[in-house]
Design a protein around this ligand. Structure first.
Ligand SMILES: Nc1ncnc2c1ncn2[C@@H]1O[C@H](COP(=O)(O)OP(=O)(O)O)[C@@H](O)[C@H]1O
Ligand SMILES: [Mg+2]
Length: 591
């Protein structure tokens, strides 16, 4: 009897899953990419336990017919590739038809989908690659996929997963990569009901970068734009004042696909070489766009690497684009000047470390995602007293002695008991704006009509969603009128927002998912006011001048730190000097 047997489909899929589905983040990546391929304008990701117990992805893309919903579970079933020629001109994220059958073979999988206008939708359920059961479902104008208990039937794989917080960080990263490449699609990520990413559709890539990589980067972003025959290199790089100790802020995309390609990344690093301090890495979001026939994306199971037909021309375009932006960067002009004397060498070192950490936590909000295990054992430098942000002692800020600023982005102060205190002036303005919005709300103050009016145009569905919440918006001080066809007039807005520069379209889009039709819950109210405060400040933000600093700090003492919207920045970090001394032997770049 022969020894050779054909593998069962179930086993084939599980083997393929080994390549495509490594961890919850791979599921998030594959399914969110499918949503983008399906031309969704909104992609919502919900996770439980870091994606280990549940991953749900909901999109409003073009959905699938019943036949397609059945077929997509078959191996090598794809709508994105018809023939071998197609393989050399891929414009979609997917093309191999592997992800869905692979994921379904290692989870309890269900897919609900309908095409636009369909009277009835389809639900397909598969348990660990078993035969699919198919039934009618309510139409949902898009697709929803639920992946429960990943690897429940492959215990060996499950063992390799890291703890919840690590898996969550990877899932977040998957969303960040896709969201950077598609600013016109709105993305959200929730974990256990808590919203971690909420990024409204925007035409402004800078806005998206700031949202995903942290507003700290914003003042440092330099546009790059190099168009040559057959290739364009566009996007943003952070100027050399804003760097990280690792390459994790280095985002590169080829035809809108995130890649981690050695050739591309080393070209980027080389272009920065003379500008960065040793051991530091640039922060970039670079888009290389070229004829899909000039790049092979089919060389890596997760499509993270690519092969260019002419790698030299790509490297040259990259180095020209980056070189030009760096040369024109404003920082060069004062590069020779010494730092203000007050910025003691040790302070500079401490703040350097702090900056690196602050920017490694996307957005640097309170309740940060726990740090990876090795770091967690030792108290992270610069967050010696994180609870300071929850409950600063009375008069704390007014008593700080301002020493200078760093990178036009942080205030350095001398604090009580010989501490170095680093304050984020953007967070200060946000707190002050929040406080005045809350005060106004509590006093039941209404702004005068007629003083302010602006119109916004939304999609008809969005406008309807906003109008359905009109009474909730009124509680927030935003009074709206329907102009029809998706246009709304904003008749009244709190003065914090009526300075003229606020992007109300973005604000309304951001508020809709946070604000219920009847806004009664205090936490929801606080979250909404937090978003308004953020918007009020972010559009007009500039660092206050040095003689304004003390007044701002003193004003901060009058705010109530018990107000805690979900999106909240860390205002202050206090660095005990004792710790500075114990570390002063280390090289500042050793991390
Ligand atoms: N969210 C979605 N909306 C519409 N169609 C989808 C969606 N997800 C998957 N599909 C369909 O299922 C097919 C198989 O998906 P997948 O297994 O990820 O392979 P690929 O993306 O490589 O084609 C896709 O080609 C597409 O036609
Ligand atoms: Mg796919």
């Amino acid at each position: 009897m022969g020894r050779i047997r054909l593998l069962s489909d179930e086993l084939i899929n599980q083997i393929a899953a080994g390549e495509v589905v490594e961890r919850p983040a791979s599921v998030v990546k594959e399914l969110a990419e499918n949503a983008v391929d399906a031309q969704a304008t909104s992609v919502r990701v919900q996770l439980a336990e870091g994606g280990l117990s549940a991953i749900t992805i909901i999109d409003d893309g073009f959905g699938m017919s019943r036949d397609d919903a059945r077929l997509c579970l078959e191996r090598h079933a794809t709508s994105k590739l018809a023939d071998a020629d197609g393989l050399f001109q891929i414009v979609t994220k997917g093309f191999r038809g592997e992800a869905i059958p692979s994921i379904a073979s290692v989870s309890r999988f269900s897919l609900t989908t309908s095409e636009p206008g369909a009277a009835v939708g389809t639900r397909v359920v598969v348990e660990g690659g078993s035969a699919a059961s198919i039934e009618d479902a309510a139409p949902l104008a898009g697709t929803r996929i639920d992946v429960l208990d990943l690897f429940f039937n492959v215990p060996a794989r499950r063992k390799f997963l890291k703890r919840e917080s690590t898996e969550l960080t990877h899932c977040e990263e998957a969303v960040v990569r896709l969201a950077l490449a598609h600013p016109k699609v709105s993305f959200s990520l929730e974990h256990g009901g808590r919203r971690l990413i909420s990024s409204a559709a925007t035409d402004d890539l800078r806005e998206r970068i700031a949202e995903l990589l942290g507003g700290e980067a914003l003042p440092h972003l330099l546009a790059i734009d190099e168009r040559r025959l057959g290739v364009s290199v566009t996007g943003f790089i952070a100027s050399p004042e804003f760097t990280l100790p690792t390459a994790r802020g280095l985002y590169t995309f080829v035809n809108r696909r995130y890649v981690r390609d050695r050739g591309v990344n080393s070209a980027v690093q080389r272009a920065f070489q003379d500008s960065l301090p040793p051991g530091r890495q640039p922060v970039t979001a670079i888009f290389i766009d070229l004829d899909p026939r000039a790049v092979d994306v089919n060389v890596h199971p997760q499509k993270l690497e690519v092969r260019f037909s002419d790698p030299r021309s790509i490297q040259e375009a990259l180095s020209a684009a980056i070189g030009r932006a760096l040369k024109a960067a404003p920082w060069r002009q004062n590069a020779g000047q010494p730092l203000p004397e007050a910025v003691h060498a040790q302070y500079a070192m401490a703040v350097d470390r702090f900056l690196a950490r602050a920017s490694e936590t996307p957005g640097a909000f309170l309740e940060p995602v726990p740090l990876p295990s090795a770091e967690a054992t030792r108290a992270p430098f610069g967050t010696a007293r994180p609870q300071l942000n929850d409950d600063p002692p009375p008069g704390y800020f007014g008593a700080l002695r301002f020493k200078g600023d760093l990178g036009r982005r942080f205030w350095l102060c001398e604090g009580p008991g010989g501490t170095l205190v680093v304050v984020d002036p953007f967070a200060v303005e946000e707190r002050l704006a929040l406080q005045s919005l809350v005060d106004r709300h509590r006093a039941g103050e209404v702004t005068e009509a007629g003083l302010f009016s602006t119109t916004v145009s939304l999609g008809p569905d969005e406008a309807a969603a906003v109008l359905a919440r009109a009474s909730s918006f009124a509680r927030l001080g935003l009074e709206l009128d329907d102009f029809g066809q998706g246009s709304l007039a904003i008749r009244r807005a709190p003065p914090e927002l009526s300075g003229g520069a606020v992007d109300f379209t973005a604000l309304l889009r951001e508020l809709v998912p946070l604000v219920p039709v009847e806004l009664t819950d205090d936490d929801q109210l606080m979250d909404a006011l937090g978003v308004m405060a953020h918007r009020a400040v972010s559009t007009t933000w500039r660092a206050p001048s040095h003689d304004e600093v003390h007044a701002r700090l003193a004003a901060l003492d009058g705010t109530d730190f018990l107000l805690r919207p979900r999106r909240q920045r860390v205002v202050v970090h206090e660095l005990p000097l004792l710790e500075l001394e114990s570390r002063s032997g280390e090289s500042p770049r050793s991390r």
